[in-house]
Ligand binder design. Structure first.
Ligand code: DNO
Length: 392
């Protein structure tokens, strides 16, 4: 697979010069300063593409061309937004950038409650604590009917947490769940927003009455509308699985397991409609076996995220080492190197280590941690490639 790296543009503290030295071949990026829903002009795309190429690298994947909320909840602006999306796709296609990752998660993209979960060795990683998340839902958002989504035991734990949680910790929780993890992926809330919780609640309201079936229909509608452009320009769309892959905050999530993936691939049965195989997101659901999913969906996968998780008691999960955990990256590399050696892959997230913590990197996107993970990924790929050649 092609070794790619998520880079956040010319202001990223991790420069293309650095990436060239650590064996990166392709860049995964986006026009991060274009607001969601607006057209990506061909000039802006060409400028970034050329800049990347001056470093001997190529712009391999767009992550993400964000799908505006009104497309997901079918608001009145949907047609205009889909038209803009099509123009952006055509402009990307004309510039030769033909793999486009996006997601269809309502309101909130990926979810973590703790951005610096300490490891015994002094490094840290991202973590999802189910009780803290329930606390956010029940006590901070005070979402109507939320109690029904938690067990008696969980509700008791939330009440216990309420006795000891400090105001500072509450702020940190809000920051982790809806601000720091969201803004940089062109999410709905950024650090500049004064009252993130009330903004978030307004967004949740837009989905009242939208269940799984309705959201599926809106995904089908969107994909059907853009497929002709994808065919014309040879663009491969690859939806990112929901992270974590289960229902949250009363919102439907529709890319969570084998049946969901099967559904959307058949709903618009076109080879340009494919999957981002995010091993980290999928493995965070204990109902998923990443190896079975990879075997089944390799042919419709257009992009691979190598990351692993470990399930903890009580529904928590931690971002584990890339060599261990439920991601089973060695097996996935075996499957993809054999069936789809052409695919771009990036190591997704890394621990914070060796001074990463002071640099202000986006959560999960450390330099040293990801460099270590890339080296591990490269090592696994080298062994698998050797196996495939029959060893020596
Ligand atoms: C987080 C990422 C996601 C992902 C988007 C793709 O680190 O995996 O934010 O980029 O969901 O659309």
């Amino acid at each position: 697979m092609e070794k790619t790296w998520r880079w956040f543009g010319k202001n990223d503290k991790i420069t293309l010069e650095m990436l060239r030295q650590i064996g990166v071949e392709g860049i995964v990026t986006a026009l991060h300063d274009v607001p969601n829903g607006e057209v990506w002009t061909e000039t802006a795309i060409a400028d970034l593409r050329r800049y990347i190429e001056t470093y001997g690298l190529r712009w391999s994947v767009v992550e993400s061309l964000p799908v505006s909320e009104a497309i997901k909840y079918a608001g009145p602006e949907r047609e205009r937004l889909i038209e803009n999306y099509k123009v952006s796709l055509a402009n990307l296609g004309r510039q030769g950038v033909r793999t486009v990752c996006y997601n269809f998660m309502p309101v909130i993209d990926w979810i973590r409650t703790d951005l610096e979960h300490p490891w015994p060795d002094g490094s840290s990683s991202l973590y999802f604590d189910r009780i803290r998340f329930a606390y956010f839902d029940l006590r901070i958002l005070q979402r109507e009917g939320a109690e029904a989504d938690y067990t008696e035991r969980e509700l008791r734990k939330v009440a216990e947490l309420n006795e000891r949680i400090s105001e500072g910790e509450k702020e940190e929780l809000i920051d982790a769940i809806i601000v720091k993890t969201q803004g940089f992926v062109n999410g709905n809330i950024t650090e500049a927003d004064k009252n993130p919780v009330s903004l978030f609640k307004q967004l949740l309201k837009k989905y009242e009455g939208i269940d799984r079936e309705a959201l599926r229909e809106n995904l089908r509608y969107f994909l059907s509308a853009i497929m002709p452009v994808c065919e014309e320009y040879g663009i491969n769309m690859c939806v990112h699985p929901d992270d974590p892959p289960f229902q949250v905050l009363g919102l439907p999530r529709i890319v969570t397991d084998e049946a969901d993936i099967d559904w959307f691939l058949h709903a618009v049965d076109n080879p340009h409609n494919g999957l981002t195989f995010c091993a980290g997101s999928l493995s965070a659901g204990t109902h998923n076996d990443t190896r079975e999913l990879a075997e089944r969906f390799a042919s419709r996968t257009h992009f691979v995220h190598l990351r692993s998780t470990d399930a903890m008691p009580g529904g928590d999960f931690i971002e584990s080492s890339h060599l261990t955990g439920r991601g089973h990256l060695i097996d996935l590399i075996r499957i993809f190197e054999k069936q789809r050696p052409d695919l771009p892959m990036r190591v997704d997230h890394g621990r914070m280590m060796l001074g990463d913590a002071d640099k202000g990197y986006n959560p999960g996107y450390s330099f040293h941690g990801r460099m270590l993970a890339l080296a591990q990924g490269e090592g696994m790929m080298a062994v698998v490639d050797d196996e495939l050649r029959g060893g020596r």
